[in-house]
Design a protein around this ligand. Structure first.
Ligand SMILES: Cc1ncc(COP(=O)(O)O)c(C=O)c1O
Length: 400
């Protein structure tokens, strides 16, 4: 079989660079090597017991059949309650679509709204799947570069200038708290951005999957809550993966305008049908009950972040914005990509060198459209963070 049968779509898709580092680190670990893995994009905690109990009950109750494609009503009601409680949004359960992960929610929405060559704006650094998903629906990703000095956030003015240049702008994908930078947009910034989106009549796809992981007493603000007009133009994306340590359970959701949700739901009915029925029952309990685990995990992440930031500051020539949320930090390593003993010139080669010779796995910033940076995930124990940072510092210093 040769490649001639492959679609242009398949050929255009690049392998996920974050998974590539994890895979290589995984192989080294399997070979018995002691690798500190900062590449992981998921909490290292177990799913809280009260949620697991709900899943066991669902199995015992034989809740094991197909459900309605958009998700069981009980869950969509629990999501509507959550949107009111946490985000001040009144949402009809009819306007919510439950999908196998927020990743699936986003592509369902893109399939429902994008025509070929529609332009979708994506602030860079960006989560790797956004660009690939836009390409998969034959849309065109337009990157909006951000600066470290502005905490990696786009400005309304920048968005306005870019939109003026485009011929088919369809949507902006906003992600706060952000993967990979940890940046968090405040209400004022969101309002300014929302107004520009209204001016050009483009949709906002607001990925809020890291909502619960936010530090320094910052408060997560959903752009949908800024004004009724912005809300009508926004599809809010969220899920249970990161907040409840449920990455393998696969459940995300989209909430937004009736027609878009209805069409996205129709698309899902012809692809994955519905989310695993047991996961849906577990998610109802995750959202409605609270045994304190989410807050405990958040506090642990905050301690790790503080420790990681302190350790990074001690490394010469490394600069890092303080991440306000999620569990990532993205230090600038450009100094080490200039003159060095190994002739390393980009973040990909730097990460390969650090992994192979210092047994520390970090993701190259080039994966996220930020070639002068590397991404650390601090979903790892304090002990490992200390060990890994020591290796990172040693690896860097021996380059000079
Ligand atoms: C920004 C962002 N959005 C969405 C997702 C996907 O989450 P899910 O597990 O719900 O598909 C991730 C996972 O890494 C993410 O980082």
């Amino acid at each position: 079989m040769n490649g001639s049968h492959l679609s242009h779509r398949a050929k255009a898709i690049r392998p996920s660079p974050t998974l590539t580092v994890s895979a290589l680190a995984g192989e080294m670990i399997d070979r018995g090597l002691d690798v500190v893995n900062f590449g992981v994009g998921e909490p290292d905690f177990d799913t809280p017991q009260y949620i697991k109990n709900a899943a066991k009950k669902a199995v015992d109750d034989n809740f094991t059949r197909y459900t309605s494609s958009s998700g069981i009503l009980e869950l969509r009601e629990a999501i509507a309650e959550k949107l009111w409680r946490d985000n001040g949004l009144i949402c009809n359960p009819r306007d919510i679509l439950v999908s196998p992960g927020a990743k699936a929610s986003i592509i369902n929405i893109l399939l429902a709204v994008c025509d070929p060559r529609d332009e979708v704006l994506i602030p860079a650094p960006y989560w790797v799947s956004y660009t690939s998903q836009v390409e998969m629906v034959d849309g065109y990703p337009v990157l909006l570069p951000t600066q470290e000095e502005q905490d990696f956030k786009i400005t309304a003015e920048q968005l306005d200038n870019q939109l003026r240049e485009l011929s088919n702008p369809k949507a902006l994908i906003l992600n706060s708290p952000n993967n990979p930078t940890g940046s968090v947009y405040n209400a004022r910034e969101l309002e300014d951005i929302g107004k520009i989106c209204l001016k050009y009549n483009i949709l906002i796809i607001s990925d809020e999957i890291y909502e619960k992981l936010i530090y320094d007493n910052l408060k997560h603000v959903s752009i949908a809550s800024i004004s009724p007009a912005i809300r009508e133009n926004t599809i809010l994306i969220n899920g249970v993966s990161k907040a409840y340590a449920m990455t393998g359970w696969r459940l995300g959701y989209a909430a937004g305008p009736t027609e878009i949700i209805k069409m996205a739901s129709r698309i899902q009915s012809h692809t994955t049908s519905c989310v695993n029925s047991i996961t849906q029952k577990a998610a109802v309990v995750a959202l409605r009950e609270d045994d304190g685990s989410v807050e405990k995990m958040r506090q642990t992440f905050e301690k790790r972040r503080n420790f990681l930031m302190k350790s990074l500051q001690e490394i010469p020539h490394v600069r890092c914005c303080k991440p306000g949320g999620a569990f990532y930090a993205m230090p600038n390593v450009s100094h080490y990509l200039m003159e060095n003993k190994r002739n390393i010139r980009n973040s990909q080669s730097l990460c390969e060198y650090l992994l192979k010779e210092y047994h520390v796995a970090i993701v190259p910033g080039s994966a996220f459209g930020a070639p002068d940076y590397v991404r650390f995930s601090y979903a790892n124990s304090l002990e490992n963070i200390e060990k890994g940072l020591h290796r990172f510092a040693e690896g860097l210093s021996s380059l000079l």
